[in-house]
Ligand binder design. Structure first.
Ligand SMILES: CCCCC/C=C\C/C=C\C/C=C/C(=O)SCCNC(=O)CCNC(=O)[C@H](O)C(C)(C)COP(=O)(O)OP(=O)(O)OC[C@H]1O[C@@H](n2cnc3c(N)ncnc32)[C@H](O)[C@@H]1OP(=O)(O)O
Length: 275
């Protein structure tokens, strides 16, 4: 494995393994075994087929490398992740859409059930799929006060799939999730903290990264096996539906996304984004 000194987001030089460099940068601190995975797909880290594939491959690699923890963050100025790439849904090629959705399912399962502790350092806006990724980590530290986070699918005229919804319920509870999902609510950092959607709010990215690292350091004294078993038991009710219904979920999305009403809503939403 290539060893070199590189400059991390913390502006400190640390001895680390450089794992990859493309839309995703991944570094592992040799001493702590903590990986920092930085999404870097301008302009907004939207999750298309290729990007999701890269994220999933990296998560599986980190698992094989037996890292001790992971921070997921963004290398962009003001966006953590803009969610799924809407152009994957608009006038889709059915074969590509099927691949895209399957990789999304797999990536979510890899992240949600990661064998190592994970922290999202949310250093920018985090709508929809971006919020899903953040909620799938074990801890969320967000840079405030100006960014927003939430599952806004109803605002696009679409519906958050069951497993997106269940992930939110697991974080903030049934009642708050129901109101949040039906209204497509995007929370400010303060609101997200209040509702429990994030665990901490910090004024800048450096202190958020430090906080995330502090959280991961808690696990130095906890057996990885005990951690993983506990997490599996806790998260099993949320993942089991998708594990049992991957094909049904895919078939539904293929049908739903190709319906004229949904295409019309998506077209209007894309237009409004361009404006
Ligand atoms: C019963 C069972 C139901 C089954 C349901 C089936 C299917 C549901 C499927 C999926 C669920 C969907 C999940 C999603 O994640 S959908 C994506 C939702 N995301 C958003 O709504 C975010 C939209 N973007 C923004 O709000 C902003 O861009 C931002 C993130 C706040 C950043 O703002 P900023 O001002 O910095 O950037 P711009 O707005 O100027 O954007 C720059 C550039 O990027 C394009 N873009 C932005 N977001 C996306 C995106 N998600 N996908 C693709 N492209 C995006 C934007 O259009 C601009 O493009 P341009 O060409 O003008 O440069």
């Amino acid at each position: 494995m290539l060893r070199r000194y590189i400059l991390l987001n913390t502006n400190k030089f640390v001895n680390c393994r450089h794992v990859s460099q493309s839309m995703l940068q991944s570094t592992v601190d040799e001493k702590s075994g903590i990986a920092t995975v930085t999404m870097n797909k301008p302009p907004v880290n939207s999750l298309n087929l290729e990007f999701l594939d890269e994220i999933n491959t990296q998560l599986n690699k980190l698992q094989k490398d037996k890292i001790r923890g992971m921070i997921l963050t963004s290398g962009l100025q003001k966006v953590f992740c803009a969610g799924l790439d809407i152009t994957e849904f608009y006038n889709p090629n059915p074969d590509r859409l099927a691949k895209f959705w399957t990789v999304l399912q797999d990536t979510w399962l890899s992240l949600y059930m990661a064998s190592f502790p994970t922290v999202a350092v949310i250093n920018g806006h985090s709508p929809a799929g971006g919020c899903l990724f953040a909620m799938s980590c074990d801890y969320r530290v967000m840079v405030g006060p100006k960014y927003t986070i939430g599952l806004n699918e109803t605002k696009l005229g679409i519906v958050a799939p069951k497993w997106f919804q269940d992930t939110m319920v697991a974080v903030i509870g049934q009642r708050k999730a129901e109101v949040s999902l039906t209204t497509g609510k995007m929370y400010t950092t303060d609101e997200a903290l209040q509702v429990g959607l994030i665990d901490e709010s910090l004024p800048d990215a450096d202190s958020a990264l430090k906080k995330g690292t502090q959280f991961l350091n808690n696990f130095q004294r906890i057996s990885p096996w005990a951690f993983k078993m506990t997490k599996d038991i806790s998260r099993q009710p949320t993942v089991q539906w998708l594990i049992d219904n991957k094909q049904k979920d895919l078939d539904f999305v293929l049908k739903f996304m190709q319906s004229p009403d949904v295409q019309k809503s998506l077209g209007l939403y894309l237009q409004s984004l361009k404006k």
